[in-house]
Design a protein. Structure first.
Length: 387
């Protein structure tokens, strides 16, 4: 692999993002110069415009767009907010800054004083809540095709990774195999990470941070030659992008390990097909080749094709009664087209029939060695996963 100067990568990323931002706004300036009502054309970020693309295996935005016209009184405020956000981000890009999402909120938060048609003084806030500035940022993402990470906007680091792998971040080479009992926090701008070399055969993504730590402590990734990752619950965008890059660029198979409940299965879904509310991210954040390793309902109860991993006596101690919200969520998953495979229908139907769930930690009730040296490697070896 050709090594590049990571500082140059940073500069190039800034230049590219700034150019795209400028080109996206130029049509508005042209309209103004021609005395035409300026407008923004933005793909709709709505559930009705979110489509599952079976060929790509991900969620994508449909073709519906909205026009935000400055002279439409109902759209003026949103028009102003979008351009204000574009101005703030563009300025940060050319001044070599790394704003956070909260920074963007404060940089744009001010009061506009003006006179109405009756000559009375009026005041209008650019935005009152961060949800408004966040919405403007998402509009810019879909309008420009740039993710906020590509605009070098920082967010809280959540995901962790460890394994026999060297990466370059900024001017530093980091050995992910020499972090003691700790792990590398996946940075907010994962595309600026350079993969130098990797000695791994697969990626294991674990829902729970505590289980990740247990597997790390006993050297699971060393023995089984894997890259071990956790999103610590619902994964952030940086973790999803990092996983996608490992699969796409290094051709490493990705396996997802979550609790046996609808919320764990939804976390798998977010990694694999993307998020419904942020479907415009899926092209670069989703990993359609990811496989659900477990924990599954058939791991607990078995079926005609396999024996359960948990005995009937252990089951009584390990399983938890499902709550109404769990049942409701399972019914929602059954309506998603990407859960319509034979195996997933079986899993969801079994959950609704038994109305129980099981956490990954319950498997360590049989001993951590069972989880690390029997359950996980056996399921991978026998291809006992769900696509």
């Amino acid at each position: 692999m050709t090594h590049v100067n990571i500082d140059k990568v940073d500069v190039d990323a800034r230049r590219r993002a700034a150019n795209i931002m400028r080109e996206s706004i130029l049509p508005i300036l042209r309209d103004i110069s021609k005395l035409k009502p300026p407008k923004l054309v933005i793909p709709k970020r709505t559930l009705s415009n979110t489509i599952f693309d079976p060929e790509k295996g991900i969620l994508v935005l449909g073709e519906e767009v909205l026009e935000r016209n400055l002279l439409d009184i109902g759209e003026t405020r949103r028009f102003m907010q979008t351009l204000l956000m574009a101005s703030i981000i563009y300025q940060a890009l050319i001044e070599n800054e790394y704003p956070t999402i909260r920074d963007l909120y404060y940089r744009g938060k001010h009061t506009i004083i003006y006179k109405d048609l009756t000559r009375r003084h009026k005041e209008e806030n650019t935005w009152d809540e961060q949800s408004e500035s966040d919405s403007a940022l998402r509009d810019l993402e879909v309008m420009t095709g740039l993710l906020r990470e590509e605009m070098l906007i920082l967010s809280k680091e959540k995901g962790k990774v460890v394994g026999d792998m060297r990466i370059k971040s900024g001017p530093d080479v980091i050995d992910l195999s020499k972090l003691g009992h700790g792990a590398y926090a996946i940075e907010s701008t994962p595309d600026l990470i350079e993969f130098l070399d990797v000695n791994a055969e697969f990626v294991l993504v674990v829902e729970k941070d505590a289980v990740f730590q247990q597997l790390h402590r006993i050297g699971f990734w060393k023995q089984y030659k894997c890259i071990l990752i956790t999103g610590a619950g619902q994964p952030d965008r940086a973790t999803r992008r990092f996983v996608r890059r490992l699969n796409e660029e290094l051709n490493l198979p990705v396996y997802i390990l979550t609790d046996s409940d609808p919320y764990g299965w939804n976390i798998y879904s977010v990694f694999k097909v993307g998020s419904i509310t942020l479907s415009y991210e899926s092209e670069r954040l989703a990993t359609p080749k990811a496989k659900f390793l477990g924990v599954s309902m058939t791991d607990i109860f078995g079926d005609k094709n396999k024996k359960p991993y948990i005995s009937e006596s252990e089951r009584k101690n390990f399983i938890i009664k499902a709550k109404e919200r769990d049942i409701k969520r399972a019914k929602e998953l059954m309506n998603y087209s990407w859960f319509q495979t034979e195996k997933w229908r079986r899993e969801l139907q079994l959950f609704l029939e038994k109305k129980v769930k099981l956490e990954i930690e319950a498997l360590t009730g049989k001993g951590l060695k069972f989880l690390a040296h029997q359950y996980i490697p056996e399921k991978i070896q026998t291809k006992d996963w769900i696509d």
